[in-house]
Design a protein around this ligand. Structure first.
Ligand SMILES: Nc1ncnc2c1ncn2[C@@H]1O[C@H](COP(=O)(O)OP(=O)(O)OP(=O)(O)O)[C@@H](O)[C@H]1O
Length: 621
């Protein structure tokens, strides 16, 4: 067994120095480590000063990480290398000047001796800085001091490399965070329960989610309870669950803050660890809305093209009779409002013309007036016509269809022959009028619209209500502003102007010349009661124009049906006459029976007698 030789005095001294420095720096890191190192080094070796310094980026200057001299700290010390003993150290050499430093380097007048060791990065071999001791006395060559310095230079280099790596990590993390946060694309990391772990600013802005709710915010809570939206998310999630990725699925969401609908295109894939998904998405709401607007405009366009083909004499309302003037005055008044209008009048009296005049004079004139003829459509189709339908809603519904209500959004909807709609459609119509919202046939998504309703009928709607064929609540919703188109027989003074206008119109169509109507023919037109009103007049004039053989139009008596001695449509029996009279009086009084302005007073009857008669004649109030 070999005995360990006892330590010599110099060995013991060296051990003491090492121990002092090691113990002094054992629990330090970063700046503290450097301070501890130079102070302990200076104390343990008995030199006046010690420092650790690092290169500045231009490598012509150094900055002290810790500088200890004559028992005190020097702070913020930086110096240029040329003309100092450090210059050589930093080119990678160990430098020892046992004496004469101040003569060699006039910039260091108080330094006699110097020993410097470079700090070399272990991985790259680059010089990072140096560790040095100096004294105002001579510093003879001492291998032990050199050895000690080399040991601690290696430690200091490791510490400096570590510090720099840590700094770089912080910087790169910051850069990554900036990139994540400020990226124009939305990024979200979600756990498997759809809870947000992180979300960048763009994601929060698009979704309207406050930053304070992340982490923990449940992404799926933004999916609306619509079957289609739910189905898409379900599908995308199960795809990710199987380890695939969702390649650009379009999802419909509701913003967290204001509930506005948004559409995003969404890519997501599981993280390699399988604990969360990395999602990115872009906001395509504008695009989706634009496509929708475009689809609506295309549909409107198609509708309007058909309308143009239907050839309306839109704005030409001919006539100057007092009833027509009174009506047009009301039209101007109601046009400015958004009130629903109910136009009642006999067939052919120009109800549609009036509806169009209201729309054209209204603030909605730049938007379309969409017409639905409720009588022309089979009961089964009217709802799909009004509200549209989803693809496959019923047999034959091969494509999605945008209904007339949607087409009229922003404009007016003209419901012609409103008296003809079924009880079920009445209910649905009432709901749209009340809530301004409906669903497509076969769809569940409520659609909001801003539509002004103009309805027309040649039925007496009040009577339809009394006889329970028309809903009272719907009647009042529609009848906000009632208009009555007068029959032609009550505005006979307009007949010459109308007949001349129409003759001119047909003549132009047929390529003929018509200068006017022969006076006897005009007399015949004035004497006729026109049960079919203006439309009938139009037909008669059209036929007369075709038959005309000169510029002055004649109306052959055969063109006008034989006029009976009774006025047109007059009731035949006494009870019918009585019924008509009572209903007319009730209409004048707004169906009020009693009181000084009631129908009973006007008919000079007791209210109870009137009620009895009404019941007998089947007039329900
Ligand atoms: N004052 C008028 N001046 C010129 N043409 C008119 C006038 N009133 C109505 N007409 C024409 O008479 C025809 C019938 O009018 P319109 O279709 O508006 O009547 P209507 O009351 O809606 O009929 P229906 O109840 O049968 O639907 C149309 O061709 C219309 O252009």
């Amino acid at each position: 067994m070999t005995e360990i030789p006892p330590l010599t005095t110099p060995d013991l001294e060296e051990l003491e120095v090492l121990r002092a420095i090691v113990e002094g720096t054992a629990h330090q890191a970063g700046g503290e480590f450097f301070r501890s190192l130079v102070r302990n080094l200076s104390r343990a070796t008995g030199v006046a000063g010690a420092f650790v310094a690092e290169f500045l980026p231009d490598r012509r200057r150094v900055r002290a990480l810790a500088f200890w001299q004559d028992g005190a700290w020097l702070d913020d010390v930086e110096w240029d290398l040329p003309g100092t003993p450090c210059e050589d150290v930093l080119s990678g050499r160990l430098c020892h000047y046992p004496s004469g430093v101040s003569e060699r380097f006039p910039a260091e007048p108080d330094v006699e001796s110097y020993l410097g060791v470079p700090l070399r990065d272990q991985a790259s071999g680059d010089i990072l800085g140096h560790l040095a001791v100096f004294d105002s006395r001579t510093m003879p060559e001492q291998p032990r001091l050199l050895y000690t310095l080399q040991i601690f230079a290696a430690r200091a280099a490791a510490e400096l490399s570590r510090l720099r790596a840590a700094e770089q990590l912080v910087q790169s993390e910051q850069r990554f965070r900036d990139l994540f946060d400020e990226a124009p694309i939305a990024y979200v990391h979600e756990d498997l329960q759809s809870r947000f772990l992180r979300a960048n600013r763009t994601a929060l802005r698009i979704l309207g989610v406050p930053a304070a709710l992340v982490p923990g915010f449940v992404g799926r809570s933004l999916v609306p309870a619509l079957p289609e939206a739910q189905r898409r998310v379900e599908q995308a999630f199960s795809e990710i669950g199987r380890g695939g990725d969702s390649a650009g699925v379009v999802l419909e969401l509701r913003r967290y803050d204001d509930g506005r609908p948004i559409w995003i295109q969404w890519w997501s894939r599981p993280d390699a660890g399988g604990l969360f998904t990395r999602t990115m998405f872009i906001d395509i709401t504008e695009q989706v809305l634009m496509e929708r607007r475009q689809a609506k405009l295309q549909a409107q366009n198609r509708y309007l093209q058909d309308e143009i083909k239907a050839d309306h004499d839109f704005d030409l309302i001919v006539g100057d009779s007092p009833p027509l003037r009174a009506l047009l005055q009301q039209v101007r008044k109601v046009a400015a409002t958004d009130a629903s209008v109910l136009i009642q009048g006999e067939s052919g009296t120009g109800k549609e013309l009036i509806a169009r005049a209201i729309h054209s004079a209204s603030p909605r004139r730049e938007q379309p007036l969409i017409k639905v003829n409720c009588a022309a459509l089979p009961a089964g189709l009217i709802e799909s016509e009004l509200f549209g339908h989803e693809k496959g809603a019923f047999t034959g519904a091969l494509h999605k269809r945008v209904g007339r209500f949607e087409l009229a959004d922003g404009g007016s909807l003209f419901l012609d022959e409103i008296g003809e709609i079924s009880a079920e459609t009445q209910v649905k119509l009432l709901r749209v009028l009340q809530e301004r919202e409906f669903e497509r046939v076969g769809g569940q998504k409520p659609i909001k619209v801003d539509v002004r309703i103009i309805a027309a009928t040649n039925r007496d709607l009040r009577r339809e209500v009394a006889e329970k064929r028309f809903r009272e609540d719907l009647f009042y919703r529609l009848n906000v502003f009632p208009l009555q188109t007068p029959p032609l027989r009550e505005r006979a003074s307009d007949i010459p102007a109308l007949a001349t206008f129409m003759a001119g119109k047909f003549a132009a169509k047929l390529g003929r010349r018509i200068d006017g109507i022969q006076p006897p023919a005009l007399q015949r037109l004035l004497a006729y009661p026109w049960p079919g009103n203006i439309r009938e007049l139009e037909n008669v004039i059209e036929r007369a124009t075709i038959l005309a053989d000169g510029p002055w139009l004649d109306i052959a008596p055969e063109l006008l049906p034989q006029v009976s001695s009774e006025p047109f449509g007059a009731p035949a029996t006494l009870s019918e006459v009585t019924r008509e009279h009572i209903v007319a009086t009730l209409e004048q009084t707004g169906w009020v029976v009693e009181g000084p302005n009631g129908a009973a007073a006007k008919l000079d009857m007791k209210p109870s007698t009137l009620r009895y008669r009404m019941k007998k004649l089947g007039i329900a109030q």
